[in-house]
Design a protein. Structure first.
Length: 193
């Protein structure tokens, strides 16, 4: 009987702990994934306009949080239709074959009051590598609908496009830099209950 009571008490603690976890849906309308790379002597910035996924938040211990996100490659926006088409082609992303890039966190490390190093698996095309995003929590606020909460996040990292098979044709190797800075802005929503 004592074992049963202890088991029920433990189960109750686990369930109550799980109830404190909030799952936020990334809002693709108010989120974006920007990227910056060198072109000859200058840098240009473009973005992917459709980022989706979930952020599982433990407000009592944010280092226990997690994120799963996907970027729709076809949502690239460089302000130039010809360049958009080239980026989507097999020379770069081969979007018809690999329509999304994904990130799944494996660890969150607190680096400041509202900042974290979030480590995880970044997959672009058919290549998966570890990446560390420097993340800032902008805060939580009531959503526009009753019973909803929004959270805001900023994240940045630097990757090498050649590591993911997105280097482009050899004739552009000197013109385009290999290092790409990713700047991600996220608004996400949680509905209680």
């Amino acid at each position: 009987m004592k074992r049963l009571i202890a088991l029920l008490a433990t189960l109750g603690l686990l369930l109550s702990a799980r109830a404190d976890v909030e799952i936020y849906q990334i809002d693709p309308v108010h989120s974006s994934t920007g990227f910056t790379l060198r072109h000859i002597l200058s840098k240009f910035t473009s973005s992917f306009t459709k980022t989706t996924g979930t952020i599982t938040v433990d407000r009592e211990n944010l280092e226990k949080s997690s994120v799963q996100a996907a970027v729709e490659i076809a949502s690239v926006s460089t302000a130039n239709d010809k360049r958009n088409g080239h980026i989507l082609s097999p020379d770069f992303f081969d979007a018809a074959k690999f329509p999304t890039a994904t990130f799944t966190s494996t660890a969150w490390k607190k680096t400041g009051e509202n900042t974290f190093d979030v480590t995880g698996s970044l997959t672009i095309k058919d290549v998966t590598k570890e990446a560390v995003f420097h993340v800032t929590l902008n805060g939580f606020a009531p959503g526009m609908k009753p019973g909803t909460t929004i959270s805001g996040w900023e994240a940045t990292t630097v990757i090498k496009k050649s590591d993911f098979g997105v280097a482009g044709p050899a004739m552009l190797a000197k013109a385009l830099g290999d290092e790409v800075t990713l700047n991600i802005s996220i608004e996400s929503g949680y509905t209680k209950g």
